[in-house]
Design a protein around this ligand. Structure first.
Ligand code: ADP
Ligand code: MG
Length: 638
């Protein structure tokens, strides 16, 4: 072609590429054979892309060339060549594409890689680190490639992986596709040896859907597992395919394989990993199922096939009933596609339901690993019934923080006449168990669900009810119902009842407390729920919970002035003493100090004390006073 620019040009690698190359060059890996996995998967991607173009009717060169991968080696020259008849690259593409690293979160990936000197092997093996992994074994790489488009020139790229690469367009008309010639480092000669190579290729590439020819023979012989009848597939095949697909080296937690023929034909092979693989938290976008239509890979990691709350599921879906020319945009409007999506979701939920019922210990493992993602399912109203059955919480009925309770369990233990499911929100079991709001529930023997995770409150607020039972936070005010239940714990010895006169004084004391706190509370009233604490704050019904306020504040959102009711325990020694002081002098400053202190402590307990200064100042004042009383009472002289 006249426009071919055959001059060799030299370029520097981008900074991040250089950084990756340095790491790869200066560490020792036991897993460096994964470079082959990366190159073969790139070849397979390139073939998939070509097949996809072909189904769209795009015109391209070398139509007759079969879609395949070839791997050749030369033990004497220490070289290895991987070639494909895929989509190829033109000069612009090679400069742009061979130059990106591990597309998802590359910066974070690099950071982790640099920081975790010791288990670099682990990280490298688990991620698709891409083309550059070849420089773990290569001292020089030459790529020759020709794009599938008619007018693009052939290109040659080469580099020693140190800092620069060369590129030129070449006159020679290559065949469509890409070949990658690797000149092996001295310490990587093993990759030009037949048996070593063969085992590595088999290990990593058995499930590639295009033929791989090695030493003139087709080396990958595995059929597409998902297309096989379920009854014909051996556990080992599932496990191998899973490992190939996810780079996980553990067995999957669950395998869900379905061959559906009517009314819509599709095969799905889904896996639930044992571990939440998003262990750095930056892999959020890295989910979805591979979608095949009539054996053509239409989309890798399609995100519409799975609701986000099931994004831990990996796998493949293939259908004969979808049109090949379906575009990503029209997928969502496609009735068949939507049916498949619904079925897939249903199958996953059914699998989990079965596990939860038959193997609760295994379900608990799943829950502990994946619950953060799974809980987001509260937005899936279609499957709410199943979702509710799968939810787990810790509960006052459980022995420790680790045990799990389902809503069904809770309901099966309801007291006669109990219409509500009680819950409390807190950071940990320890902090919840000292919460004064729980005192009455303990006294009445009423079970309370313990919610530790911020998302739990969204879940509860959104589902509101389970069957006819409404969820009710322990800090809401409406407690008339609670008094219908008998005490199960013997109350501590009660203080003497107040006489009529003192009852009146007590009412005035409540008014005085309201005066002291002013606008900070809506109301001050006698508490019916406390036994060992002097006071607590409760929520007017349906107001935002304390935990929610705290969360909003932590994320710097305006919370406004959410006022609460301040409840006072008449049967508490502190309150009785205040009452005595109050009777002598209703304006006593000491009462003011104590009340302010009680109020701020209550705020502190629920995590909503914005400024601790006042509280500390008050405590100090009270400590000084109490120390003086102590010295006097003991007759200590100094
Ligand atoms: P990834 O495969 O995750 O995109 P890689 O580093 O493995 O990252 O490859 C980078 C890009 O280089 C690919 O996305 C593709 O565009 C291009 N590429 C690599 N190998 C080939 C190939 N054999 N044929 C065509 N394009 C390729
Ligand atoms: Mg790749």
């Amino acid at each position: 072609m006249s426009s071919v620019d055959t001059k060799t040009k030299k370029y520097k690698f981008k900074a991040e590429v250089k950084q990756l190359l340095d790491i790869l060059a200066h560490s020792l890996y036991t897993t460096r054979d994964i470079f082959l996995r990366e190159l073969i998967s790139n070849a397979s991607d390139a073939l998939d892309k070509l097949r996809f173009e072909s189904t769209k009717g795009t015109d391209f060169i070398d139509k007759k060339a079969p879609l395949e991968i070839k791997i050749n080696f030369d033990e004497k020259k220490n070289t290895l060549t991987i070639s494909d008849t895929g989509i190829g690259m033109n000069k612009e593409e090679i400069m742009k594409d061979i130059g990106t690293i591990a597309k998802s979160g590359s910066a974070e990936f690099l950071k982790q890689l640099t920081e975790s000197k010791n288990n670099v092997n682990n990280i490298i093996g688990k991620f698709g680190i891409g083309f550059y992994s070849v420089f773990m074994v290569a001292e020089k790489v030459i790529i020759k490639t020709r794009s599938f488009r008619k007018d693009d020139a052939s290109v040659e790229w080469s580099s020693n992986g140190l800092g620069t690469y060369q590129i030129k367009e070449i006159d020679e008309k290559l065949k469509r596709g890409t070949s990658i010639e690797i000149h092996l480092k001295d310490d990587a000669k093993e990759f030009a040896e037949k048996y070593r190579l063969e085992s590595v290729i088999k290990k990593h590439s058995n499930f590639i859907q295009f033929p791989i020819f090695f030493d003139k023979e087709k080396i990958n012989t595995m059929p597409a597992v998902w297309r096989e009848r379920k009854s014909n597939v051996k556990p080992k095949q599932y496990s191998e395919f899973y490992k190939y697909l996810t780079y996980d080296n553990e067995e999957p937690f669950g395998v869900i394989h379905n061959n559906v023929d009517a009314p819509i034909q599709y095969n799905s092979l889904l896996f639930i990993p044992k571990k939440n693989t998003d262990f750095f938290g930056f892999n959020r976008e890295n989910y979805g199922l591979d979608l095949y239509v009539k054996r053509v890979l239409i989309q890798h990691q399609n995100k519409e096939l799975l609701p986000e709350y099931l994004s831990f599921v990996k796998g493949v879906v293939e259908s004969e009933d979808l049109p090949l020319n379906i575009s990503r945009e029209t997928l969502q409007e496609n009735v068949v596609f939507n049916k498949i999506t619904n079925n897939v979701t249903g199958q996953i939920l059914n699998f989990l339901l079965k596990k939860a019922e038959n193997k609760p210990e295994e379900y608990a493992e799943f829950w502990n690993e994946h619950n953060r993602v799974f809980k987001m399912g509260y937005t899936d109203f279609t499957n709410q019934e199943k979702y509710l059955k799968l939810l787990r919480f810790n509960s006052s009925n459980d022995k420790d923080e680790k045990e799990l309770t389902s809503i069904e369990d809770y309901v099966s233990r309801l007291k006669d006449g109990q219409k509500e499911i009680y819950y409390v929100i807190g950071n940990s079991r320890n902090s919840i168990e000292v919460d004064p709001h729980l005192e009455i529930f303990k006294n009445k023997g009423l079970e309370v669900l313990y919610l530790y995770d911020p998302i739990d409150e969204f879940v509860i607020n959104s589902i509101r009810k389970y069957k006819d039972f409404e969820f009710k936070s322990v800090d809401s005010t409406d407690l008339k119902k609670l008094n219908d239940f008998k005490d199960v714990e013997k109350k501590k010895e009660k203080l003497e009842e107040l006489n009529k006169d003192d009852e009146k004084h007590f009412d005035s004391l409540l008014a005085r407390i309201k005066d002291i706190l002013g606008d900070k509370v809506t109301e001050v009233m006698e508490s019916k729920r406390l036994s060992s604490s002097p006071s607590l704050l409760v929520n007017p019904d349906d107001a935002m919970s304390a935990q929610m306020q705290k969360m909003l504040r932590l994320t710097n959102q305006e919370v406004g002035n959410l006022k609460k009711i301040f409840e006072i325990n008449k049967d508490h020694v502190l309150i009785r003493n205040l009452l005595k002081a109050f009777k002598v002098n209703s304006k006593d400053e000491y009462i003011t100090n104590v009340v302010e202190e009680m109020f701020e402590s209550a705020l502190l307990l629920e995590g909503n004390l914005v400024d601790p200064h006042q509280l500390v100042k008050n405590i100090n004042k009270l400590l000084v006073e109490s120390s003086e009383w102590y010295i006097k009472a003991k007759g200590i002289k100094g």
